[in-house]
Ligand binder design. Structure first.
Ligand code: ACM
Ligand code: ZN
Length: 743
């Protein structure tokens, strides 16, 4: 799109109205904040202003009218806004099917008297979505007709796979909620609902041949009692058809060989040990997985797919394949026998055998598999697609092997992560196309998905908050061929909120509204507040002090260690949660230090000086204060500039074994006068609580050390005793810390 057209599109225009029923000198604002951004938009002078009377020479579009009218009904609470009359000579909208056009192409021309929309079958659907957005953005009501700026749009999709993963296992969502989401996906031109239906915590699809999957596997015991449910075959068909009419492919995910605790709880013969277990009622990775050496498991799975496949017209079935710990396979006679018989070198190859066998079963049923990137750990011959979640490298490997890839890296696409880790701008910056690929490899990257894992999404309201507005950015990344500036995009998002309100979407925030900056000078510390979001007001209190108002950039004098609480407000309503920042005033503030092993770019906290910046982390390890080290020990040496008396050294570690974050087993403290020759001062051994589940912070404290030193070094040993769940982590586990506190 030319810069001129783009500018035209994003600025607010004042036009003289020349349409019917309006006084000709009335000035009106037009709004073209369409999301996703169409490829080419030319704004013309004037308005269409009339009722929507449609003519179409094609019966295929009949269903679309029903859909659009439902959309209008939800939006304006009015029936039959768009009147279809195939023969109407007084039409104001004409739809024409263009079978020659490619992809999801459409051409929309709005003139003063008539609207013309043509394109292929899907293209017309997307053209109608664009038209709906234009109508909603420009008409608060439509009692006296519909006003649309005159314009011309040529548009088509960038990627063919524009997906949204909904995990209905960790928490169960009603058919009503799923239909609401299907409507929203269609409205923003997304076209895949990846429906996660089986998990450790619940089996969610009716299976007649194995009724215990539903009587046992669909329910777990949680703190409030029995939790769960499943979708009947009728409900599944209802959802699939509802989606199909809106050009959305529903791809079911049936997880194997891991994440299968619920199935094994229903039928223990499916596991290696064949012992009774319960449906999981906590989150994480579980070691009971389908036995790869037992043919009955493959018969079971084939029977399951025989019932599932008729419900889903999708050519592709997602079979999971992620996070399958191999400890049971290592000790299982049948699995080991299978490896011997098939010359498989290790359990990773056994996993490939498993996937290949399932792929063949599905291929006989004319289906292809999609799997998470783990399934490429060893060679697979079948024509599979890979969904890359551990970064984009799995997807890049896949296309280099001639397989299709869908990109959904945790860094940009995990909408269950909170806004501190993945804000709207981060999603908008997502580029599913990996680097250094040739054109044939690029063609194999078919799109991306945003993933709504529901461990921490117990209901529709929270789902709305996590999905929106970030899904608007994902829709634009996957649809739009031209990249807009973030600030223009943000303005368009701002205009879309009104539409989302009308659709009863309880959207969340765009970014962390409160960014607390600490400035340390000799003997003084000040905090200032800034934000990526404009036009906010802030209130704060420090420790038990009373609330005070503060503006962007104002400074708060911090005299002692305590917690700073800040709440942002937008239009006098709370915007985002209250932010709590623990601040520690101590002798190493702002001092330089060196890392022996680098921190991970994924958990970088505030970068190089994070461990002496006075900011302590909270129980959310993604709060921006925890720095993560993967697969290495931890060692830093601090230069205190001059000889300093130190009585106390303390350091926090974090543990959450579900995410493979563990506290170290031993910690060593050293001092030095020159930063080269080190004297060991003390150590803490057997410090780990390796098997303790849940999230907690553990403080390592060297008390009463009474030394004077210029340099201090801390060493923490990771991996001294690897926990039993370690094999799930593959390459290692994490060590997280937030601050080295010297007093
Ligand atoms: C995944 O997030 N384990 C695919
Ligand atoms: Zn086995």
């Amino acid at each position: 799109m030319s810069g001129k057209i783009k500018n035209l599109l994003h600025f607010i225009f004042l036009f003289l109205i020349t349409g019917c029923n309006e006084t000709s000198l009335e000035k009106k604002i037009i709004n073209t904040s369409i999301i996703p951004l169409p490829n080419k938009v030319i704004i013309c002078e004037g308005y269409f202003f009339n009722y929507l009377k449609c003519k179409s020479d094609n019966l295929d579009f009949k269903e679309y009218f029903k859909i659009i009218n439902t959309q209008f009904k939800n939006y304006y609470s009015k029936d039959k806004t768009l009147i279809l009359n195939e023969l109407n000579p007084n039409f104001t909208i004409k739809l024409s099917k263009d079978t020659n056009s490619k992809n999801d192409y459409y051409h929309l021309k709005v003139s003063k008297n008539k609207i013309f929309l043509n394109g292929n079958l899907k293209g017309i659907f997307y053209g109608l979505q664009t038209l709906s957005q234009l109508i909603f953005l420009n008409n608060k009501n439509i009692d006296n007709g519909v006003r649309i700026p005159c314009l011309e749009i040529n548009d088509s999709n960038l990627f063919s796979h524009r997906g949204f993963l909904l995990d209905c296992c960790r928490h169960f969502f009603s058919v009503k909620t799923i239909k609401k989401y299907i409507e929203l996906l269609a409205f923003y031109k997304m076209n895949v609902l990846h429906w996660h239906l089986t998990e450790d915590q619940g089996w969610r699809i009716q299976i007649d041949q194995y009724p215990k999957l539903n009587t046992i596997g669909s329910y777990r015991k949680d703190s409030l009692g029995k939790y769960g449910g499943f979708y009947t075959k009728e409900e599944i068909q209802e959802v699939v058809q509802y989606a199909q009419k809106r050009n959305i492919e529903v791809i079911p995910e049936i997880e194997l060989p891991g994440h299968s605790t619920a199935a094994i709880a229903s039928y223990p013969f499916l596991s290696c040990q064949q012992e009774p277990i319960e449906v999981a009622n906590s989150w994480g990775v579980f070691k009971e997985i389908y036995c790869a050496g037992n043919d009955s498991v493959f018969i079971f799975l084939e029977n399951i797919f025989d019932e599932i496949i008729p419900l889903f017209p999708s050519k592709r079935i997602h079979i999971g394949g992620d996070e399958a710990p191999k400890s049971r396979w290592e000790k299982c006679k049948k699995c080991q026998m299978r490896m011997q018989q098939n010359n498989l070198a290790n359990e990773h190859e056994l996993q490939s055998y498993f996937i290949e066998r399932i792929s063949k079963i599905l291929s006989r049923k004319n289906r292809e598999i999609i799997g998470w990137d783990e399934i490429l750990e060893s060679h697979i011959d079948s024509p599979i697609s890979i969904q890359s979640w551990r970064g984009v490298s799995g997807g890049i490997n896949a296309v280099k092997q001639g397989k299709k890839a869908i990109m959904s890296p945790t860094s940009h696409c995990y909408f269950d992560y909170d806004i501190n880790s993945i804000d709207l701008e981060k999603v908008f910056s997502f580029n599913p196309m990996g680097e250094n690929l040739d054109s044939s490899e690029k063609k194999l990257i078919i799109g991306g998905e945003c993933n709504l894992w529901s461990e921490r999404i117990p209901n529709e309201e929270k789902l709305d908050q996590q999905a929106f507005p970030r899904m608007l950015a994902m829709s634009e990344v996957l649809w739009s061929k031209e990249k807009d500036s973030y600030s223009n995009f943000q303005k368009r998002v701002g205009d879309q909120y009104y539409l989302l309100d009308r659709f009863k979407v309880k959207y969340g925030i765009e970014a962390n509204p409160v960014n607390i900056v600490l400035n340390h000078h000799t003997n003084t510390t000040h905090a200032t507040i800034n934000s990526k979001i404009k036009n906010l007001k802030f209130c704060y209190h420090f420790g038990n002090e009373i609330f005070k108002q503060i503006d962007y950039g104002d400074s708060i004098n911090i005299k002692k260690s305590n917690t700073l609480y800040v709440q942002a407000f937008k239009n006098d309503k709370k915007y985002g949660p209250e932010v709590h920042q623990k601040i520690e005033i101590h002798k190493a503030l702002n001092k330089n230090y060196k890392y022996r092993y680098p921190y991970s770019e994924y958990y970088s906290a505030n970068g190089e000086n994070s461990l002496t910046d006075g900011r302590l982390g909270n129980l959310n390890y993604k709060d921006g204060n925890w720095q993560g080290f993967f697969g290495s020990d931890f060692e830093i040496s601090i230069d205190l500039d001059s000889i300093t008396y130190i009585n106390d050294v303390s350091i926090n570690f974090y543990q959450y074994i579900n995410s493979w974050i563990v506290i170290p087993k031993s910690i060593y403290l050293y001092s030095s006068s020159n930063g080269k020759n080190w004297n060991k001062i003390d150590s803490l051994n057997n410090f780990d609580e390796i098997s303790k589940r849940g999230k907690f912070i553990k403080n390592a404290h060297f008390k009463n050390i009474q030394i004077s030193s210029k340099h201090i070094k801390l060493v923490a040993k990771n991996f001294e005793s690897l926990p039993s769940w370690h094999e799930a982590a593959g390459a290692g586990c994490w060590l997280f810390t937030d601050e080295i506190i010297l007093k």
